[in-house]
Each structure stands twice: as structure tokens, then as C-alpha cells.
Design a protein around this ligand. Structure first.
Ligand code: HEC
Length: 140
């Protein structure tokens, strides 16, 4: 009996600690893509969603982002485009009002992200990063 009596308070303490951790519903990048992107960019990201025909310029083919960028997937830039952070700031890319900003919709838990430029990792919204990584896996 002894060990049980000794361990019980510890177990209760652990349980109450766990109860304090906020549980955020886990939204997968695939779900976010389907909710926010599929109507324009299409199921496979090829720019052929149901709204595509009515948009000018048309939605970008998301499977060609790396190809358009010399073979490297520009994760940081893609996150900025989705977030809306670089709206109008790209010298070499056509950015119009057709691509909505999703920053506020994808906020929530942050994770540390290393942009590979040598600086310290920076916090970015986890859903934004996962969505960019989802697009990266779509590349031809
Ligand atoms: C209302 C239609 C629409 C929706 C919804 C939409 N986009 Fe776009 N998107 C566009 C259009 C149009 C372009 C190309 C022209 C521009 O940049 O304005 C574009 C461009 C992009 C680009 C730039 C591609 C490149 O080669 O630089 C990315 C990345 C992108 N969209 C990702 C997304 C993601 C991820 C979502 C969902 C969170 C999304 N888009 C939702 C219309 C849309």
C-alpha cells in the first residue's frame, strides 16, 4: 500500500497541471488548405479552383513555386504571401489584391522557425508554417 499512498499526491498534482495546459484543437495544414485555398488554387494547387475562371490575374499554380524560384522552395517568402506581410513589396513578383491575406486567420500557437539566413530562429504561427510546408510537398 505504501507506494500507492506516496505516489497518489504526485499523480494528482500531475493531473491538475495537465488540466491547466490549454488544449488547442489541432487543425491540419490540409484542412486549412481546403478551407481557405482550394476554391481558387484547386485541389492539387494547380490554380484551377472553382473561382479561378472569374479571377484576373488567375490564381498561381502552387506546384510550380520552387520551379519559378530556381528549384528552391522559398518558405519564408511563401509564408509572407499567405500572411499578407509582403503585400505590394515584391519588386519581382506580381502581387495583386486577388490573393487575400490570411494572417489573422492562421494565428495561434507559435513555433520557432529558422529561415536559414544565419540569424536566430524567430517565432512564427505554427499553422502558417505548416501550410507553407504543405505547399512545399505539392511541388512538381
Ligand atoms: C480569392 C482567390 C484566392 C484564394 C482564396 C487564395 N489565393 Fe493564393 N493567389 C491568388 C491569386 C489570384 C494569386 C496570383 C496573383 C496574386 O499574387 O495576386 C495567388 C498567389 C498565391 C501565391 C504566390 C505564388 C507565387 O508563385 O509567388 C501563394 C503562395 C498563394 N497564393 C497561396 C495561397 C494559399 C496558401 C491560400 C490559402 C490560405 C490562398 N493562396 C488562397 C488567389 C487566391
Amino acid at each position: 500500500m505504501r507506494p500507492v499512498i506516496i505516489l497518489l499526491p504526485a499523480a494528482l498534482a500531475a493531473a491538475s497541471l495537465l488540466a491547466c495546459v490549454p488544449v488547442e484543437p489541432q487543425v491540419t495544414a490540409r484542412q486549412d488548405y481546403k478551407t481557405f485555398c482550394v476554391n481558387c488554387h484547386g485541389e492539387d494547387g494547380r490554380g484551377d479552383g472553382i473561382l479561378a475562371a472569374s479571377l484576373s490575374p488567375p490564381p498561381a499554380d502552387l506546384t510550380q513555386i520552387a520551379a519559378r524560384n530556381g528549384g528552391t522552395f522559398p518558405t519564408t517568402q511563401v509564408m509572407s504571401v499567405i500572411d499578407g506581410y509582403t503585400r505590394g513589396q515584391h519588386a519581382n513578383a506580381v502581387r495583386t489584391e486577388m490573393m487575400p491575406e490570411f494572417g489573422t486567420l492562421l494565428e495561434g500557437r507559435s513555433v520557432l522557425y529558422d529561415d536559414g539566413l544565419g540569424g536566430p530562429p524567430v517565432p512564427v504561427p505554427e499553422r502558417l508554417l505548416q501550410l507553407a510546408q504543405y505547399l512545399e510537398r505539392m511541388q512538381d
